[in-house]
Design a protein around this ligand. Structure first.
Ligand code: SF4
Ligand code: SF4
Length: 331
């Protein structure tokens, strides 16, 4: 099917930053590399973060897009200034989404949910003993009208049944989208190779399980993309659908990661995308950086991260391609 498609377009009208803010975590999941949870890299100071946030807010304003910050870690809610940061972005018309293990206190979630446009809670069966706390946090997020709320159940093959039974319990108690996430070898280590081994039945369950609709009026999610086919037909899918259906090879396509989105690493390096096939654009510590205004040509075998998958891509294998130089724009 991917062979016949000519475009994967992101229509959410945001300029998105997927930011790995700090690599410290209060959990140490067995399938998670220490690069993601050891705290080996110092988180950037608040002033540096705000300085870069301001650059993005100004750039987004100029391009008529809404700034959209997606923070992940580690566990970002542990960061001392995190509440202030999301409040600042919110007050400057930016959107904030976070990935979290949900372990912060109910008080923290009650105070900060007003600044959160999206929350993706990950359920880790190895490390979360307190399923009740997870459900209570989920209820706070369900109750926030502005917050798109999603849960990823990390499907540890050794505890598959326990994961399923929690997914069903959550679905019965809370209205939100739920995905059963297959785990990949090399998670958090930049060298993702292949999925852990699941049975056919488990694979099918992961592809078909869904939560319950949220019943909130929310803008188009950044993770939703429109696929256009060679015959002119179109359909809209999520990046999760692309991933579970193995539609992740875009070699030879023009990719707009960098033009409509960027990523920031734990050490503050700014790249077009997590595939990092091109050199860094700059660093959050730089005085100014050059934002690309032309796409890059994909030469990476697996486009596996949600942030990377969500950027617009045009299939140049079926269209004539004018070789273009990379032009950049200073911010
Ligand atoms: S998978 Fe998430 S919750 Fe688990 S140790 Fe890694 S960063 Fe922490
Ligand atoms: S792998 Fe990288 S260059 Fe290729 S489509 Fe994905 S984000 Fe773009």
């Amino acid at each position: 099917m991917m062979k016949e498609s000519i475009k994967v377009r992101n229509n959410s009208k945001v300029f998105s930053i997927n930011w790995a803010l700090m690599n410290n975590c209060n959990y140490k999941c067995s399938y998670c590399h220490s690069d993601l949870n050891s705290g080996s890299i110092k988180a950037p100071p608040y002033e540096v973060v705000i300085n870069f946030v301001n650059k993005i807010i100004n750039h987004a304003k100029k391009t008529g897009l809404r700034p959209f910050f997606e923070f992940g870690g580690g566990e970002v809610t542990l960061l001392r200034y995190f509440g202030d940061l999301i409040k600042y972005i919110n007050h400057n018309n930016g959107q904030v989404c976070i990935v979290s293990n949900g372990s912060k206190s109910l008080k923290w979630w009650n105070e900060n949910v007003q600044y959160l446009d999206g929350v993706s809670l990950s359920f880790h069966v190895n490390d979360i003993k307190d399923k009740e706390h997870f459900v209570n946090v989920a209820k706070i997020l369900e109750g926030s009208k502005k917050t798109r709320f999603h849960v990823n159940i990390m499907m540890d093959p050794k505890k598959f049944d326990e994961c399923i039974s929690f997914a069903e319990e959550l679905k019965s108690k809370v209205k939100c989208s739920i995905a059963l996430q297959p785990l990949f070898e090399g998670f958090g280590h930049g060298g993702i190779t292949k999925k852990y081994t699941y049975t056919e039945k488990q694979d099918l369950l992961m592809k078909t399980f869904r939560g319950r609709p949220e019943e909130k009026e929310l803008p188009i999610p950044n993770s939703s993309v429109e696929i256009e086919y060679f015959d002119g037909s179109k359909n809209t899918v999520s990046t999760f659908d692309l991933l579970v259906n193995d539609q992740i090879n875009f070699i030879g396509w023009d990719c707009y990661a960098g033009v409509e989105s960027m990523i920031v690493t734990f050490s503050g390096d700014v790249h077009r995308a997590w595939c990092m096939q091109d050199p860094a654009i700059g660093s959050i510590y730089d005085k100014s950086i050059q934002i690309p205004i032309l796409p890059t040509r994909c030469k990476t075998k697996i486009c596996q991260c949600g942030a990377d998958l969500s950027s617009t891509k045009i299939n140049r294998n079926v269209h004539k391609f004018d070789d273009s130089i990379i032009i950049t724009q200073s911010i």
